[in-house]
Design a protein around this ligand. Structure first.
Ligand code: FE2
Length: 378
């Protein structure tokens, strides 16, 4: 059953927040070829070149490209040799999300508060300095091989962070597609692991469970899953956690776990204030999206009531709509952005709604299952 906890309840303990977060600082992907991946996010998603780190900047074991669009920063990192943590990560998981970095005022306190509550340390607080100031970084492990870094950058004025230099591509300045910031990041975890990770986010990071879906909400003929949405105190950071549920055939979460070879980030939702323009741009630049059958639109307005947008462009682009007590949202899901059926992106425009599109799950999961079937993974 879906349970929505009101914002009045959710703000009740805001003054005891031991881990104040200012939002997502960046998402770092470990990839097989960072130079080409950066080009993909620039050319297909409309990010701009921001900063580069590698042998030329004194970083000997890797190359990293930071790209930015509005408040969204992605870092694409590749190892330069075999036999290290980054190379092993890619060998096992393929391209995927390694770091969900969170912006904090005090990275030392964030590390102290979370590790004393049971988080496993990934990076002890360390200060990185260059001529533009200093950044304090610390980090903890979360599900799978994924980590959270805490980034304190209030005393830094450079392009991205020490170790990087400003990166400008004189040949290519793609125009924005209107993507604004990270709305939420979803983790896929193993059988019976959702509640332990819910507990981790509650106890270690002070998050609250704001929404739950069980297998009755999210079950098509085959693809059952359960999900709980975890949110920090101010609601800037939201991490839904999925686990597979028993269905007739293999759950989409199981397919992910098999091909990612473990738990990891399933999708990153990117916010826009004009989804029709954003999705038109993304499609024109080659981003592939899931499609629901056209019959989805036959009774859409009866289901969701009045919406400001014209129906025709939504139908043409395959954009989904859902309503909750506070408003509605428009959303669309990309196909996986690598050859393994693992990480994908969601494009979301919120018009009051704070939920996640429960009304679309059935149509959406049937679309996912069609793709799973084509891959022979049902
Ligand atoms: Fe989502």
């Amino acid at each position: 059953m879906e349970t929505i906890i009101t914002s009045a309840q959710s703000s009740a303990n805001s003054n005891t927040d031991f881990l104040p977060l200012q939002g997502t600082d960046y998402v770092e992907f470990y990839v097989g070829n960072a130079k080409q991946a950066a080009h993909y996010y620039m050319s297909a998603f409309g990010f701009q070149a921001l900063a580069y780190a590698g042998p030329e900047t004194g970083v000997k074991d890797r190359a990293s490209y930071a790209v930015r669009q509005n408040k969204l920063t992605f870092v694409l990192t590749t190892p330069l040799r075999a036999g290290n943590e980054i190379a092993d990560h890619i060998y096992k998981h393929g391209d995927g999300v390694k770091v969900l970095a969170l912006k904090v005022d005090d990275a030392t306190s964030a590390w102290n508060e979370t590790t004393k509550r049971g988080a496993k340390s990934y990076l002890q607080p360390q200060t990185l300095k260059d001529n533009d100031g200093e950044v304090v970084l610390s980090g903890i492990h979360t599900y799978g091989d994924t980590v959270h870094l805490f980034v304190e950058r209030k005393n830094y004025n450079g392009a991205f962070m020490p170790g990087y230099r400003k990166w400008e591509n004189p040949y290519y300045k793609p125009s924005s597609t209107g993507l604004l910031y990270v709305d939420h990041c979803v983790g896929n975890v193993g059988w019976n692991q959702m509640n332990p990770w819910v507990k981790f986010y509650e106890e270690v990071m002070g998050f609250r469970n704001i929404l739950s879906f069980d297998d009755k909400d999210i079950s098509t003929e085959y693809s059952a899953l359960m999900s709980k949405v975890m949110s920090n105190g101010n609601g800037y950071v939201k991490f839904p956690i999925n686990e597979p549920a028993e269905g007739k055939k293999k759950s989409q979460v199981e397919e992910y776990l098999e091909f990612y070879d473990g738990e990891g980030c399933q999708h990153v939702a990117l916010a826009t204030s004009d989804i029709v323009t954003t999705v038109t741009e993304l499609r024109n630049r080659g981003v592939e999206f899931l499609r629901v059958p056209n019959t989805y639109y036959d009774d859409l307005l009866e289901r969701v009531g009045h919406i400001d947008e014209d129906l025709e462009p939504l139908k043409e682009l395959g954009i989904l709509v859902d309503r909750d007590d506070e408003g509605y949202l428009l959303q669309l899901f990309s196909k996986p952005v690598e050859d393994r059926p693992t990480l994908f992106f969601e494009i979301i425009q919120r018009k009051g709604a704070k939920s996640f599109g429960k009304g679309n799950f059935k149509a959406l999961f049937e679309a996912i299952e069609r793709e799973q079937g084509e891959r022979g993974n049902l």
